[in-house]
Design a protein around this ligand. Structure first.
Ligand code: GLU
Length: 504
């Protein structure tokens, strides 16, 4: 049978990396013939917001986790937003009441709170005592006529054990004793999470539920509902949670927790996916670099780890560097430009209103600095290509390329190669200036060729190339002199060489 899985986030906050990992496991678990469903669980109307649903959908798209059915996308089992499925829930709530699997509870909050307090004092688990469990039909009618408010509770038989098979943890069992008669709906049309989830998993023909282990105690509650409604059983897999370095829950206290924050910081989606996959799953050997396609081919549930995994940011950074090295330079250029714009180094040359935003691709256009130096897209492409293996995140591009955009400072110490005298350094710089000013056709090849030709006249090429590179960049370490000279252009290179000579 083809598998059908669902990822069922609640749109109550920015899409969390922990949720992304659950979505990824669902995505990887399904093979070609299977289906991956996105279901938006927005029954909590007060906390759910449209902007968060958008953030979930945008983040999944950015990560490349395509789903087959979902809101906007459609499919045979829609609607895929719980807020649009109330007719279905109403039908099942009625059935549960009529068939005596559930009942209305009229107990006030105050009364319930007192009851729980009493139980807590006695050291018992706070469960509902069942006062309203066996109200007669007349009593119920009377209360309803009086307009008394109620909730709906599941009638749970005591002394039973609910068992289910978990693909990660093996057989899991829960005693019904500790569940008590749990609330399944706020009224006849408003299901709570467990009920809506059990109904939708059935109605959407879900075969496997893959979710975080924070939901493991909900599973027996959902199974009891499935049994009462004679739904087919489902196979479960509860993935361990991602933990902060101090082994606590990964929360805002730790730092960035949403996918959008990582995107803004300049992590590539393929790196985040690679990192999240390795957090809870092992390929069986020590490989660390995976593309989504490779993961999809290799992922199996039996290699998922049982223990919670610590979110190690250094590891994510390391994996990001691996993917940055592999990435297409043109794509990286589009992704890096917004950081340079944000830093104030560049602005679009032809259309000042052209928008760039961190993590998103900038338009393929010409850019310029505040002092009017132009950087064409193809020049920026070369610049990024020369630096893509020197950065950990896209945002670091501003640090490693700042000398292209800001005036540079040099001193003799920096310009000096080995034991060159100031006169020798000045001579090298003069020669470099001459070579550059004689180049008519300013192409990368031409610039490299002419400079190399001159460098080869020296017994030690460093005597020519080091002062040149240092004068152009003002740095001990940078990209090579040929690339830097080409990118800066004839005019700026000459003016930097001229400036450098002043300190000699
Ligand atoms: N809406 C639940 C959540 O966001 C989903 C739980 C489930 O997958 O059943 O945690």
């Amino acid at each position: 049978m083809n598998k059908r899985v669902r990822f069922a986030p609640s749109p109550t906050g920015l899409f969390h990396v922990g949720s992304a990992r659950i979505a990824l496991a669902n995505y990887l678990f399904t093979k070609k013939e299977d289906s991956f469903v996105l279901r938006i669980e927005d029954t909590d109307q007060e906390r759910s917001e449209e902007k968060y649903e958008k953030n979930i959908i945008d983040s999944l798209k950015w990560l490349g986790l395509d789903y087959d059915e979902g809101p906007q996308k459609g499919g045979d089992y829609g609607p895929y937003r719980q807020s649009e499925r109330s007719d279905t829930y109403k039908r099942y709530i009625k059935k549960l009441l009529v068939e005596d699997h559930a009942y209305r509870c009229f107990c006030s909050q105050k009364k319930l709170e007192k009851e729980r307090e009493r139980q807590r004092k006695k050291g018992e688990a706070p469960t509902y005592s069942g006062v309203c469990r066996d109200l007669g039909e007349d009593e119920i009618k009377e209360k309803l006529e009086k307009g008394k408010s109620f909730v709906i509770r599941m009638k749970v038989k005591e002394g039973e054990v609910v068992k289910f098979k978990d693909l990660i943890r093996g057989e899991v069992s829960f005693e019904t004793e500790i569940m008590g008669d749990y609330v399944i709906a706020k009224d006849e049309k408003s299901p709570l999470y467990n009920l809506a989830c059990a109904i939708d998993d059935y109605e959407m023909n879900i075969s496997h539920v893959i979710r975080g282990e924070d939901h493991i105690s909900n599973t027996p509650k959902q199974i009891l509902i499935q049994k009462a409604l004679k739904f087919d059983p489902i196979t479960y897999a509860h993935l361990p949670l991602i933990l902060a370095p101090d082994k606590s829950k990964l929360s805002k206290r730790f730092g960035a927790v949403s996918v959008s924050e990582y995107k803004k910081e300049g992590f590539l989606p393929e790196a985040l996916v690679n990192f999240l996959a390795l957090l809870g799953w092992s390929p069986g050997d020590d490989r660390e670099f995976f593309t989504l396609t490779e993961l999809k081919k290799e992922f199996t549930m039996d290699r998922c780890k049982k223990a919670g995994a610590v979110f190690n940011k250094e590891k994510l950074e390391y994996i990001n560097t691996l993917h940055l090295k592999e990435a297409d330079p043109e794509r990286l250029t589009k992704l890096c430009i917004p950081y340079l714009v944000e830093e104030g180094y560049l602005k679009p040359a032809d259309d000042r209103k052209k928008k760039t935003s961190l993590g998103n691709e900038a338009p393929k256009a010409n850019y310029e600095t505040d002092d009017g130096r132009e950087f064409s897209f193809s020049v920026l492409n070369i610049l990024i290509k020369d630096h893509q293996d020197r950065i950990t995140t896209l945002s670091e591009i501003t640090e490693v390329t700042d000398y292209f955009f800001k005036p540079v400072n040099v001193d003799f110490k920096l310009l000096q190669w080995k034991d060159m005298s100031p006169e020798e350094v000045a001579d090298s710089i003069d020669k470099a200036k001459k070579v550059l000013s004689n180049i008519e056709n300013w192409t990368q090849d031409e610039v490299s060729e002419k400079l190399l030709e001159k460098a080869n006249e020296y017994d030690d090429r460093g005597k020519f190339l080091w002062p040149l590179r240092a004068a152009l960049t003002g740095k001990e370490a940078s990209a090579g002199p040929f690339e830097v000279a080409y990118i800066l252009g004839k005019k700026e290179s000459s003016s930097r060489l001229k400036e450098a000579k002043k300190v000699l």
